[in-house]
Design a protein around this ligand. Structure first.
Ligand SMILES: [Zn+2]
Length: 375
């Protein structure tokens, strides 16, 4: 197996949180074992960090990608258009802890879309990146209940719904009703796409998917024009659909995607966490649909990951580098070498040869790094 590592360096900060010496020590071990395939790192403004890291990686012939959030975070950047909820108010962020909150912005807004390009030009265009890896390219998930997946209702988004034949007042009322009833009425799931029984809600999620796809297509064209590769950080497809990510469609113009297959993470993007939130917001039937797909046993997340990665392997599109949690972070990701080995065997049995050791190399203990090198 070959590995791509993620390095979190801080949010538009002046100085990288990651120490380049420590990072390079770990990367050297992996490179010497012939298993290093790439590095996704960002998004501090500390140029020296990227220069030092880039120089070493390029000597080894390994690509360095700028990892950067798009429709969330970017603290300190001038201004954004907020996501508007179905009551007409700016959507409240989901606060995980005092250090981390999940706030999303309207992905249709021209100002929000252009922000990434401005930030890139200002801080990163002159640095030795081979490509860009886009994070938070979605709407909120069920983390804030129906309110999380119920945006956006700004004037631009409203026009788009109307153009798709949606009665916007009826849609708002339906989403408010959903908060009470907790029954999303999922009908069927197939390769990253859900069908919903209610045509109004079905159309709503389709339009959200189109908006995300259109924004990412713009970025892909832009960065390809600069001779760079582009990769997408995706939710596990069955959950990503509700956040506007249609994994199979997005694979048609990216160079690689990293679906987050976090079986053991009890925080946003972690499968147990997102499933619980989906069931509490979308109802028991959503849980039954999930179990219909993945089974109800203790192994359901393993079955789920297997099924998702099976179809992604055979369907046409760019490379898929599954994101598997390799770091040990209390209390949300207690990853041991044994858990890691189990996932590695699974990926190999499905024919995968590259994965993203997620989600922060700084937090990968040496015993977990060694477990990676065994495969
Ligand atoms: Zn909007």
């Amino acid at each position: 197996m070959k590995y791509v590592f993620q390095i979190f360096t801080g949010d538009l900060s002046e100085k990288s949180l990651a120490d380049p010496k420590q990072i390079l020590q770990k990367l050297t071990i992996v490179h010497k074992a012939g298993k290093l395939a790439g590095v996704l790192c960002g998004w501090t403004k500390d140029e020296e960090f990227f220069q030092v890291l880039g120089e070493q990686l390029h000597q080894w012939g390994i690509p360095m990608y700028l990892k950067i959030a798009v429709f969330s975070e970017l603290t300190g950047y001038q201004s954004f258009d907020p996501m508007i909820d179905y009551y007409g108010e700016p959507m409240k962020p989901y606060v995980l802890n005092p250090e981390e909150s999940f706030e999303f912005r309207c992905p249709l807004s021209r100002k929000n879309r252009d922000a990434l390009l401005h930030i890139y030009e200002q801080h990163y265009a002159h640095l030795p990146f081979d490509g860009i890896f886009l994070d938070r390219i979605r709407y909120s998930s069920f983390i804030s209940g129906v309110a999380g997946i119920g945006g956006c209702f700004c004037s631009e988004c409203t026009k788009r719904y109307e153009a798709a034949g949606i009665d916007v007042e009826q849609l708002k009322a339906r989403l408010i009703q959903l908060e009470e009833e907790k029954d999303l009425q999922l009908k069927a799931y197939n390769q990253g796409e859900w069908t919903l029984e209610d045509p109004l809600l079905d159309a709503f999620f389709k339009v959200k998917g189109e908006i995300i796809e259109e924004s990412l297509k713009e970025y892909a064209d832009h960065f390809h024009g600069l001779g760079m590769k582009i990769g997408f950080d995706l939710f596990a497809p069955a959950f990503g659909y509700f956040c506007g990510q249609n994994a199979q469609r997005l694979r048609q113009f990216a160079d690689f995607v990293k679906p987050m297959m976090y079986r053991h993470t009890t925080a946003p993007a972690g499968l147990p966490f997102e499933k619980d939130r989906m069931v509490s917001a979308a109802g028991v039937r959503a849980g039954e649909e999930f179990e219909h797909m993945a089974g109800s046993s203790e192994e359901q997340f393993k079955n789920f990951v297997t099924k998702e990665l099976q179809w992604m392997k055979t369907e046409k599109g760019c490379s898929v580098w599954p994101g598997i949690e390799a770091n040990y972070i209390e209390p949300i990701a207690l990853i041991t070498p044994e858990l890691l080995q189990d996932n590695l065997c699974l990926l190999k049995s499905l024919g995968y040869d590259t994965m993203v050791a997620s989600w922060n190399l700084n937090r990968i203990p040496m015993e977990n790094l060694m477990a990676l090198l065994d495969h």
